[in-house]
Design a protein around this ligand. Sequence first.
Ligand code: ZN
Ligand code: ZN
Length: 356
Amino acid sequence: MDAVRNVRRKRLVAMKAHVIKRITDLSVNHEPLSMVEIPVPEPRTGEVLLKVLTCGVCHTELDEIEGRTPPAFFPIVPGHQVVGEVVAHGDGVNEPQIGCRVGVAWIYSACGACDLCLDGKENLCPDFRATGRDAHGGYAEYMVVPAGYAYPLPEKFSDAEAAPLLCAGAVGYRSLKLLNLQNGQPAGLTGFGASAHLVLKMMRFLYPDSAVHVFARNPLEREFALSLGAAWAGDTTDSAPELLAGIIDTTPVWLPVLSALENLNPSGRLVINAIRKESVDTEVLTQLDYAKHLWMEKEIKSVANVTSADVREFLGIAEKMELKPEVQLYPFDEANKALTDIKHRRIMGAKVLQIA
Ligand SMILES: [Zn+2]
Ligand SMILES: [Zn+2]
């Protein structure tokens, strides 16, 4: 009850939050976020109030700030990899309990009533709302979220380690589910960034008899993939030593899509895990050859966001695997520095704000 009383007191005062006030160009504006004082939000029916402990910093924040996936309103508090403690319930909420440490991911809410939601595809719901883009997120001392989208976190992970699992880890898990691999079937990853390296670790755990082949331009990434248990690593346009049952593409461009299709088995599936593809090399699509790339029942499938079930399942697997990401911590008031470091690809590891 102390926590509740503290929050009641706290509601009388303001909290600190970083907000995006407008779309801006990060190559000229190095301080896109403004630190403001705003009221601590009140949890409404079905919601919980969280005291935020840490929040991961994601490349998607850059997409919001620069307008590629623009916020629904301004000013908005960004942040969709939130670790917090439940400190108050709105009406009708019993779980998660007061004092429970929970995570919040990119999915903030969905309608729960449309055909897609009823079919377990709430990530595709027309009323899908994203944390930190369509509702205030975790770059703040407090936030509210619908109770069903706050997931109890395994104790094994520290507040900092848990944050990156809620984005790169959870979306990577969804792409692996969509690949529909059977243990023993050979598979591939094209592109080897933050999400792909977590996916490789998951593949080694979930499909221990499947050889994983990694296609990456950067020789250091290929070396890293081999050190994590990849059976083979080559350049983006190389041919793997065998045809593959499924490949996950995490690159922002089109050439790897064509190369991946050439590397697929008959009936193989390519899963594209990217919110948007860049237009720099769309001309390679004119080389798409039906017989070479698509014939023999090859499939292409995209990945959109995550469901609450994905996040819950993934956290259980991450706990069993002890899947701990490399983390780079920033003080709360250095959020702008964390974002510019992502923009300029400075410092390895997932970036996390320490808020409490
Ligand atoms: Zn993210
Ligand atoms: Zn829906």
